[in-house]
Design a binder for this molecule. Structure first.
Ligand code: HEM
Length: 452
């Protein structure tokens, strides 16, 4: 335990390497940093990641994570912890807000991701997925992530942005895809972290990369405001244009821009990356694929399918940790952490705990049939008042796509060894983009309808 000079706070132990070195390794191989320091120092340790990110305390103990997720939002700021994303998402993005302002906006954004609205997306997703899968190549090595991104992008263009008509959807996907490819390059993370949000916000390159997407959003919002059938629409943009805060105020155009870009950035690459990991795992686990097909053929529920989605997200969490910036000192286990520190519930480390997940490196969906995921032990979507608002939509997309894929294709590995990880901007993705070999199955063995 290391007391901080001149104060009553004390930080958990951690490596003493210079901050620049810790930052460089963190950017390139964060899993190595987490594994090594977890082994050496235990469930809570301190990393010093330089002036932009600061003092970082990963936490791998579910009890302490519960304390963080249930903690007072005035003490645990997630929005401020995400400030590096402000130039991209805009200052009114849900991801960047804190306290009452965050809860107010979150209440507006939640409804289109639940209940009737979510149910209405099922058919849309099944339809988009079927059309995309029909174009996926057969009999050759394919990189799943870009194919899956095209699929999730179309789901977002239709379900979130409310774009309709095939030409308009195609154009929207092209514009959104180009801007996202620009924003998610790894060197961009360096630029964002090194320049800081203020300088990055003034960058002409960023402004021109985002301009076409901003124009698309302006046009879709204007179209929705004119739409006489707005009440009947379930897409997220339409619900947001209709919604009112408790004081009767509506979201402004600027707020809508920030929230829609946030949904695009938060929802598109994450889901596509999870699908790519899913196929990379299924290609090496024929037994699971057979089980999924048996379940589909039996037509009695989809427990194994849903457990498979849960296991993919456990074993290869797309977002390995979440952040909370402390606004005041906090007692966490034996430590008293000072204000200004970033505590980071370490999703990846919790998911690899053998005491919670025996044989944690094994891909074994049945574990979730035996014991359903726990609120503080299965964390791919974070937790507390910041838990991902797209969690149900993402799981629905993954479940429908996986079901259609195992029905349509045989999946075999494209290489001998498991695919390594690569850090993209904020996600951990398969290094070769999820390479597998797909073979269209015989027509007689296909055509099973998607179930609830
Ligand atoms: C497999 C896919 C996805 C994963 C792994 C994922 C993961 C996450 C994580 C870890 C967080 C942070 C939670 C926290 O700080 O505790 C988050 C937040 C968020 N996600 Fe997702 N997400 C996915 C899909 C989506 C989708 C499809 C959407 C919407 C279209 C979405 C929208 C958001 C938003 C708006 C937030 C901010 C919530 C807030 O701050 O209140 N995500 N997501």
């Amino acid at each position: 335990m290391r007391p901080n000079a001149g104060s009553d706070t004390c930080l958990p132990p951690g490596p003493r390497l210079p901050a620049q070195l810790q930052f460089a390794e963190w950017v390139v191989r964060p899993w190595r940093v987490l594994d090594r320091n977890h082994r050496r120092y235990g469930d809570v340790f301190t990393l010093r990641l330089g002036p932009r990110i600061g003092t970082f305390v990963p936490v791998a103990d579910p009890k302490l994570i519960e304390q963080i997720f249930r903690g007072d939002p005035r003490t645990f700021h997630a929005g401020e912890g995400n400030r590096v994303l402000r130039p991209l998402l805009g200052p009114r993005s849900l991801l960047l807000l804190d306290e009452d302002e965050h809860l107010r906006e979150r209440r507006l954004l939640l409804p289109p991701f639940h209940g009737r609205a979510l149910a209405s997306f099922r058919e849309l997703i099944a339809d988009v997925s079927e059309r995309h899968l029909a174009r996926w190549p057969s009999g050759t090595v394919v990189k799943v992530r870009p194919l899956a991104q095209a699929l999730t992008l179309e789901v977002i263009a239709r379900a979130v942005f409310g774009v309709s008509g095939s030409d308009a959807v195609e154009r929207a996907c092209r514009l959104l895809g180009r801007a996202l490819a620009w924003a998610s390059e790894r060197r961009r993370l360096f630029a964002f972290a090194l320049l800081g949000p203020d300088r990055m916000e003034r960058s002409g390159m960023l402004r021109s990369a985002l301009a076409p997407v901003e124009e698309l959003i302006r046009n879709e919002v204007a179209r929705a405001r004119r739409d006489e059938r707005l009440e009947e629409r379930d897409d997220v943009l339409a619900v947001l244009v209709r919604s009112r805060r408790e004081d009767g105020s509506a979201l402004t155009d600027a707020e809508l821009r920030d929230e829609l870009i946030t949904l695009l950035v938060a929802g598109h690459e994450t889901t596509a990356t999870a699908l790519a990991w899913g196929l990379e795992r299924l290609a090496r686990h024929r037994r699971v694929v057979d089980g999924l097909r048996d379940e589909i053929e039996a037509g009695e529920g989809r427990a194994l399918r849903d457990a498979t989605v849960q296991e993919i997200l456990r074993l290869r969490p797309v977002i390995p940790l979440v952040v909370r910036l402390l606004k005041r000192p906090v007692e966490l286990g034996p430590w008293r952490l000072p204000a200004g520190v970033v505590v980071a519930p370490a999703i990846y480390l919790v998911h690899m705990r053998p005491d919670i997940y025996p044989d944690p490196h094994a891909f074994r969906p049945e574990r979730f049939l035996e014991r359903p995921p726990g609120t503080y032990t299965w964390l791919p979507f974070g937790g507390g008042v910041r838990r991902c608002i797209g969690a149900s939509l993402a799981q629905l997309e993954l479940a429908i796509a996986l079901e259609q894929i195992v029905t349509r294709f045989d999946i075999t590995p494209a290489r001998d060894s498991d695919e390594r990880r690569l850090r993209r901007a904020v996600t951990w993705a398969p290094a070769a983009d999820g390479e597998v070999v797909l073979h269209v199955r015989q027509p007689a063995s296909r055509g099973v309808p998607v179930a609830a």
